[in-house]
Ligand binder design. Structure first.
Ligand code: HEM
Length: 538
């Protein structure tokens, strides 16, 4: 006769073996999928280790090359590389996985990234999608004002100062600062938004960038850094709200007793004004402090997206151009031929910057440089996690149960050998003459809504015709209803900054040690810097 403890132990062992080994390995619908690693069916250890060692995307890519377009990484995690699967997951609007909860700001105050649930998300997205659309930006005096101030009045003197200096300039730092500042000034107006780019702001710039890095990469002191950034952003919200209120009061007074209206100081805070007007009406929030916190959570997330996304893309575009002198010359040639001329001296005096932005947006080589940089060096190269909806879904002919984490990643979609020849080479030429989702080469100006439709069409293309149109494989802004809402903003900013730089300066590498991208969800340079030499172009 077995004693009671032995029976209990045996039952427990049987239950654990069933729950954690037999069921996931033999009975789960996922058991038919190829395994990224022999242990993937019953353990998440392998993929956890790859993540810890900073080899996530490279390891998953290698596993796909061995095992095909759909693989199991862990008992409840699947990765895909086929376009059909991407269409279903992202075009079908699968929810973001709980992993994204780390992007809440202010103790769980949501923003667009962390708004779960289709309807709630669509409602928040409608508040901002129009003011970030290309058609809006290219007609906006406020966007033009931000570009003029941040790029021509604040950035250019810093670059002029770097000319001829032996120590060169850290382009990763200044590019990240430009990315954050242009989003922040659009959100709060040039008078109240971030001011970290210009000469004399080196100390605040360094502190801001360090706090951003600590928060995002969860480095030592991340919590404290996050609190500082949150407090700073909330203060900008409070000051901007106060300015808006003063303007309203002023207008009330003026309508009774007309007096000369004072000049408005700086640009209008477009996204912030939109958020504080819409959040109470659409989300039913009466408490003004809560409205401010929600607006701050949104703007802080956008500003960080600008710092990271625009910062990384700018760094790699300039690194590649500094190594490809012939492309740098061809780009300058394209820029100096823009009519009316967009030359070194006319930059600051351009009477209509918007007209210039439109022309720059239509330049083939500039567009190709940006697209190729985002293909080979996507700022977020890693997996874009989604959750299979309740009831499950059929992906690549396999049934995937509801609740499974599923994803694709730009890193391996952008390296498909049968789509991109010589995929590891930076070759902007591959995009010249190719069709475009953003409508840039055809000179069109699509709104976000137009583009979402184009994206749908693009999502509905067959695998065969998609191979002929490599743009359909690009995932750097994701796809579908949860794709990046700032994509047009980011592309326009990248184009105007690169144009303003390369029409005026020539750059050369001084120190590019550690330029490989961190292999994680976000991919800044491992060395955390890129030092370039600046010279005035001939
Ligand atoms: C080159 C620059 C940028 C890149 C590569 C980029 C990339 C992305 C990607 C891949 C996503 C989807 C992430 C996922 O679901 O897994 C995303 C979402 C988002 N991005 Fe960007 N982004 C960039 C710049 C910006 C900027 C400047 C803004 C500021 C407005 C912004 C705002 C957002 C927001 C709000 C979302 C969430 C959209 C939603 O849930 O509906 N991004 N971005």
């Amino acid at each position: 006769m077995m004693s009671v403890p032995v029976v209990v132990f045996a039952l427990l062992l049987a239950f654990l073996s069933y729950r954690y080994f037999i069921s996931p390995t033999l009975l789960s619908p996922l058991s038919k999928l190829p395994l990224a690693h022999p242990t993937s069916s019953f353990s998440g250890l392998w993929i956890w280790l790859q993540r810890r060692r900073g080899r996530e995307s490279r390891s998953i890519f290698a596993a796909h090359q061995r095992c095909g377009p759909i693989i199991r990484l862990a008992p409840d995690e699947v990765s895909v590389t086929s376009l059909d699967a991407v269409k279903k997951i992202y075009g079908g609007g699968f929810e973001r996985s709980k992993w994204f909860e780390q992007f809440f700001n202010y103790d769980g105050t949501p923003n667009l990234v962390t708004t779960f649930g289709r309807e709630k998300h669509a409602m928040r997205r409608r508040m901002v999608s129009q003011i970030y659309s290309k058609s809006y930006l290219l007609r906006s005096d406020d966007f033009e004002g931000c570009v003029r101030e941040v790029i021509f009045e604040r950035l250019m003197p810093v670059l002029d100062d770097a000319v001829g200096k032996e120590e060169g300039l850290d382009v990763y730092a200044i590019g990240s600062a430009v990315g954050a500042e242009i989003v922040s000034t659009y959100a709060f107006g040039t008078a109240k938004g971030l001011d970290i780019v210009r000469k004399g702001k080196e100390k605040v710039r360094k502190t801001y960038l360090e706090n951003g890095k600590k928060k995002l990469l969860n480095l030592k002191g991340a919590k404290y850094a996050a609190e500082i950034l949150e407090e700073e952003c909330l203060q900008m919200c409070e000051q901007t709200a106060w300015t808006l209120r003063k303007q309203d009061l002023q207008e009330e007074v003026e309508s009774v007793e007309p007096i000369k209206r004072p000049e408005r100081h700086g640009t209008y805070p477009v996204p912030f004004a939109q958020l504080i007007e819409q959040i109470p009406r659409k989300e039913g929030t009466e408490d003004f402090r809560e409205v401010l916190r929600r607006a701050a959570s949104e703007v802080l997330d956008n500003t960080e997206a600008g710092r990271v996304g625009i910062g990384i893309a700018l760094t790699y575009a300039m690194h590649e151009l500094s190594q490809h002198e012939e492309t740098q010359l061809a780009l300058r040639n394209e820029l100096v031929n823009v009519q009316p001329p967009f030359t070194r001296s006319s930059c600051q005096e351009l009477s209509s910057l918007t007209a210039l932005l439109r022309r720059l947006d239509g330049l083939p080589l500039l567009d190709a440089v940006v697209t190729e940089t985002l293909r080979l060096h996507p700022p977020g190269p890693g997996p874009q996690r989604r959750e299979v909806p309740k009831g499950g879904a059929v992906i690549e002919g396999r049934f995937i149960p509801g609740g499974t984490t599923i994803h694709a990643a730009p890193y391996y979609l952008h390296r498909q050998k049968d789509v991109f020849s010589d995929a590891e080479a930076w070759n902007p030429e591959r995009w010249i003459g190719s069709e475009t989702i953003n409508g840039t080469l055809s000179g069109g100006q699509m709104s976000n809504e137009d583009k979402n439709q184009a994206n749908e069409t693009d999502i509905n293309e067959s695998e065969e015709s998609s191979k002929a149109n490599p743009r359909t494989w690009l995932l750097h802004f994701s796809k579908g209803p949860r794709m990046c809402v700032g994509d047009n903003f980011a592309i326009l900013v990248l184009k105007i900054v690169l144009a303003a730089i390369y029409v005026r300066y020539a750059t050369r590498v001084i120190d590019d040690e550690g330029m490989e991208q961190i292999d994680d969800v976000l991919g800044p340079p491992v060395g955390d810097k890129l030092i370039l030499e600046f010279k005035y172009a001939d």
